[in-house]
Design a protein around this ligand. Sequence first.
Ligand SMILES: Nc1ncnc2c1ncn2[C@@H]1O[C@H](COP(=O)(O)OP(=O)(O)OP(=O)(O)O)[C@@H](O)[C@H]1O
Ligand SMILES: Nc1ccn([C@@H]2O[C@H](COP(=O)(O)O)[C@@H](O)[C@H]2O)c(=O)n1
Length: 233
Amino acid sequence: MSEYPVAGFRGQVTLDGPSGTGKSSVARAAAARLGAAYLDTGAMYRAATVAVLDAGVDPEDAEAVAAVVAGARIEVGTAADVELVRVDGVDVAVRIRGAEVTRAVSAVSAVPAVRRQLVDQQRALVEAADAVVVEGRDIGTVVLPGATCKIYLTAAPEARAQRRAAQLGVRDVAEIAAIAADLRRRDTYDSSRADSPLRPAADAVVVDSTALDRDQVVDRVVELAHESLGARR
Ligand SMILES: Nc1ncnc2c1ncn2[C@@H]1O[C@H](COP(=O)(O)OP(=O)(O)OP(=O)(O)O)[C@@H](O)[C@H]1O
Ligand SMILES: Nc1ccn([C@@H]2O[C@H](COP(=O)(O)O)[C@@H](O)[C@H]2O)c(=O)n1
């Protein structure tokens, strides 16, 4: 366990990285330890994707996607211990984790108008908190370039696929290979788009979680958050 117990942190921690590196689980636990709010920006892009699918629009049709998302009311909570995600008042917290949404979300999130809309919303949510942990793909580079503490979380592709398989209760080798291929597909899409591609901020600390368990990564994030306050003094 870290020497730092709880709370006392005032600032912004950004946690970016490829799919399946542990961002959500680590960010949520670190926020709870720091007494901070927690923002899952991926959940916002997933919620926008629900609106697009329900409108019957092709996720690759950028103009139509932008129009649908502009008209959708996307709400996410910022409490570390409750998952709240709604589209036009409907709870979609479970649905956004499904395969249909996961397949389409990278295309929707590549649309610049969608990003502008959701980034504005993300900054407003962050502004309302004294302390916050925000996870995504472009938080340290675009959403909060002046954040107190920037972390880029990585892990070997095989470790990520194994963890996702364990999370889904999958043991079949062919299914694990399909999970690995889907992680690769999403990372390639997210890191090659023109607007806000996935990449580490120049001033981010890279944390490789391949050989660390979840609690060790949370300890490191909490430690880096506290150290960053010292660095600012
Ligand atoms: N260091 C770790 N060691 C082992 N398992 C981990 C570790 N960190 C996270 N996990 C587990 O790996 C799985 C994937 O983690 P999580 O969903 O947090 O990743 P993510 O980066 O947010 O993924 P995505 O970007 O696809 O949403 C979860 O079951 C989580 O509990
Ligand atoms: N800041 C972000 C966060 C997410 N995305 C896109 O959403 C997808 C889903 O994210 P998860 O973290 O929930 O897996 C992700 O693959 C990106 O396409 C984004 O663009 N920017």
